[in-house]
Design a protein around this ligand. Structure first.
Ligand code: MRU
Length: 300
């Protein structure tokens, strides 16, 4: 409902939590993981609770990582709270590691929403921006609107406005033009799943930003906690990409602009190959020019 309205949805069962995840009430990889952990608690760790939560959305590995942890937990309530608290601590650590990479006065292009609304608080890529802004009030954000669901326009722009971080909203197809004019210093995005070789699934359109950043010799960083790393997936080709409903592409909030009967594709994520990524910022540090060996080393 943001940015027009703020509403809180109370979930009382695992099924309600799963529906909230599927319907994007809770979205963003780390927030999905946290919500799923609390969903298991609401569902008394039953098999049905695990099954319904696991079926909510396929791409963000944080969901399955959290469910795995909850399966092994002796005290599920304490474990869910630990998952939430650890995510917040990881975000703050990423903020510190990442802020050191932000040049003074940097104009930082972001994609999707990776802030407090996508995590337990602070944020991943937007958390880096937040920490950098605490240190240097001259940095600014260029937020891509992020078609079709508009997480950038609706959520990232809202978070920046709330915090007084200078933010300029652009449509996604303006990114290349701004880069070519020298109006962008670097790009930083979040992740939904990072394969063992560093290939990174994130919001649809991230790949395009990665290609453009390379073309314009701009740093392209990914910020994600280790809960987003998936060492069991060898490379990006094995990551399942969620396909979402056609109405997200053909219109918005009841307004339809595409003709009835047209075929639609709506993949919600894409994969940016590791070779386009300058560095992955996680709570343990920064993996520059990520590859299989460097990622395995930081996860050890
Ligand atoms: O479909 P969404 O809104 O859940 O997608 C969110 C993203 O792709 C984010 O960039 C990613 O989860 C990182 S959030 C810290």
């Amino acid at each position: 409902m943001l940015p027009d309205q703020t509403a809180y949805i109370t979930c009382r069962t695992a099924t309600e939590v799963a529906a909230a995840i599927r319907n994007m009430v809770v979205r963003g990889a780390p927030a999905i993981g946290c919500a799923a952990a609390f969903g298991v608690v609401l569902g008394s760790s039953s098999k049905k609770a695990f099954d319904v939560l696991a079926a909510s959305r396929p791409t963000a590995v944080n969901l399955f990582w959290a469910l795995d942890r909850m399966k092994k937990a002796a005290n599920p309530e304490a474990e869910a709270i630990a998952i939430f608290d650890e995510d917040l601590a990881a975000n703050r650590a990423m903020g510190r590691h990442g802020a050191a990479l932000m040049p003074k006065g940097a104009r930082i292009l972001t994609y999707c929403n990776t802030g407090a609304l996508a995590t337990s608080g602070h944020g991943t890529a937007l958390g880096v921006v937040r920490t950098a802004f605490e240190r240097d009030k001259t940095i600014s954000v260029i937020a891509c609107e992020t078609r079709p669901y508009l997480q950038g326009a609706r959520l990232t722009a809202w978070e920046c406005v709330q915090e007084g971080i200078p933010c300029t909203l652009i449509t996604d197809n303006m990114a290349g033009h701004l880069m070519s004019k020298g109006d962008v210093d670097l790009a930083i995005v979040g992740a939904d799943r990072i394969a063992a070789n560093g290939d990174t699934a994130n919001k649809i359109g991230t790949y395009m930003v990665g290609v453009l950043a390379r073309r314009h010799r701009l740093p392209f960083y990914v910020a994600a906690p280790t809960s987003t790393f998936d060492p069991k997936t060898a490379d990006g080709s094995a990551i399942q990409i969620e396909e979402r409903p056609a109405y997200e592409v053909t219109g918005y909030r009841g307004v339809r602009w595409a003709p009835e009967g047209v075929a639609v594709r709506n993949p919600a994520f894409d994969v940016t190959p590791a070779e386009l990524i300058s560095g992955i910022i996680c709570e343990k540090g920064v993996v520059l020019e990520p590859n299989r060996e460097r990622i395995a080393a930081i996860l050890r």
